[in-house]
Design a protein around this ligand. Structure first.
Ligand SMILES: *Cc1c(COP(=O)(O)O)cnc(C)c1O
Length: 348
């Protein structure tokens, strides 16, 4: 018996390349765009291991949990790492980046998370990119939680390695991801004797055997279902219009911030300044004595389909996340989430 998810015709190299081209258009980039066959952690780790080594001096910006992970990978590669950590309720500024350059002029790599779904903040990448370009460092950006929710412009911002995943604001699959790579970043990797090769983490393998070969032969069997889902999700964004998709996220975020104050009882947006709040997801701080994870559990017991979660780790007590992204980036979804939180509080 045939099945809609099985018995598909093979995905051709030309089809694979055309999906890469669609993703490149979504990023308004002329750089090489590689689709990577795994969740976004694959290119996030592959790009760091490809570009960094014992000769690297990295400025690693920490505005949430992912920054911590990037620092660990960089140290594991032998790089000298200066961490710049800012409180999770704020964003980093270009001035703070410039101060770090003044203190450590040898910095030649900067890692930054654009928006953090886990903490609800977003960083001013355009301004930071200017500072990084003026200094001459390679610029690595995790845009997984920003793509689709706010502009992501690697070329305009001078980003050398820009990683995206489809599972957040793009409303797409989680098992496939992409990275745009500048000529400078390829040169850095090619000169790095520690860059992974003949490895699932290797971006250079794809450069040499896929891109340089004119994208005629894939390195291995493509993740066909994920590729088709990625294509469908980019086509859906093209049809709705990227600007409309981003506006939906901005409106959902604004409505959530307003609604938080109406919850009363000492609830407030976790990220103080609206300009530092990510359009992809809004985080709330619960009042002292109100356990965020208990409130979320009661709200989800009433309606498991709501895009609610408690903060991760130590934040589970004080942070509620409204993950109004992808199909949940609607005012309806925000209203239902806030009503459920109100009811859960009344119950508690
Ligand atoms: C969501 C996200 C990722 C990908 O992680 P998953 O939890 O596996 O979806 C990577 N970076 C950032 C900043 C994210 O928000």
């Amino acid at each position: 018996m045939t099945h809609p998810l099985l018995d598909l015709a093979p995905l051709s190299a030309a089809h694979f390349a055309s999906i890469e081209d669609r993703v490149a258009r979504l990023l308004s980039t002329e750089q090489d765009v590689l689709i990577t066959q795994g969740e976004a952690l694959l290119p996030l780790e592959g790009a760091i291991r490809g570009a960094a080594g014992p000769g690297t001096t990295a400025l690693n910006v920490i505005t949430g949990p992912y920054g911590q992970t990037f620092g660990d990978w960089l140290r594991d590669c032998g790089a000298t790492v200066y961490d710049l950590a800012v409180p999770f309720h704020t964003a980093v500024t270009a001035a703070q980046i410039q101060e770090a350059f003044a203190e450590h002029p040898e910095i030649d790599f900067v890692s930054l998370v654009h928006a953090e779904a886990a903490t609800g903040n977003t960083n001013p990448v355009a301004e930071i990119g200017e500072a990084v370009r003026a200094h001459g460092a390679l610029f690595y950006l995790d845009a997984v939680a920003s793509i689709g929710a706010e502009p992501v412009l690697p070329d305009a911002w001078g980003v050398d390695l820009c990683v995206i995943g489809a599972q957040k604001a793009m409303g797409g699959p989680a098992g496939v991801s992409a990275v745009s790579v500048s000529a400078r970043a390829w040169a850095r990797m090619a000169a790095n004797p520690h860059a992974p090769r003949r490895s699932y983490l290797s971006l250079l393998d794809w450069k040499e055997r896929w891109i340089d070969g004119g994208r005629r032969a894939l390195l291995h069997a493509p993740a066909q279902l994920e590729m088709l889902a990625l294509e469908a999700c980019v086509v859906r964004i093209e049809e709705e219009g990227l600007d409309t998709v981003m506006s939906r996220h901005a409106a959902a975020a604004a409505a959530t911030r307003e609604g938080v104050l109406a919850l009363g009882a000492g609830f407030e947006p976790y990220v103080y300044e609206a300009s530092a709040a990510a359009p992809v997801a809004t985080t709330l701080r619960t009042p002292v004595g109100v356990d965020a994870s208990a409130v979320v559990a009661r709200a989800l017991a009433a309606d498991p389909s709501l895009p609610l979660a408690a903060g991760g780790g130590a934040l589970a007590k004080e942070m509620i996340r409204v993950n109004h992204y992808g199909p949940a980036a609607t005012l309806d979804s925000v209203q239902s989430s806030l009503s459920a939180l109100r009811a859960a509080l009344a119950e508690g």
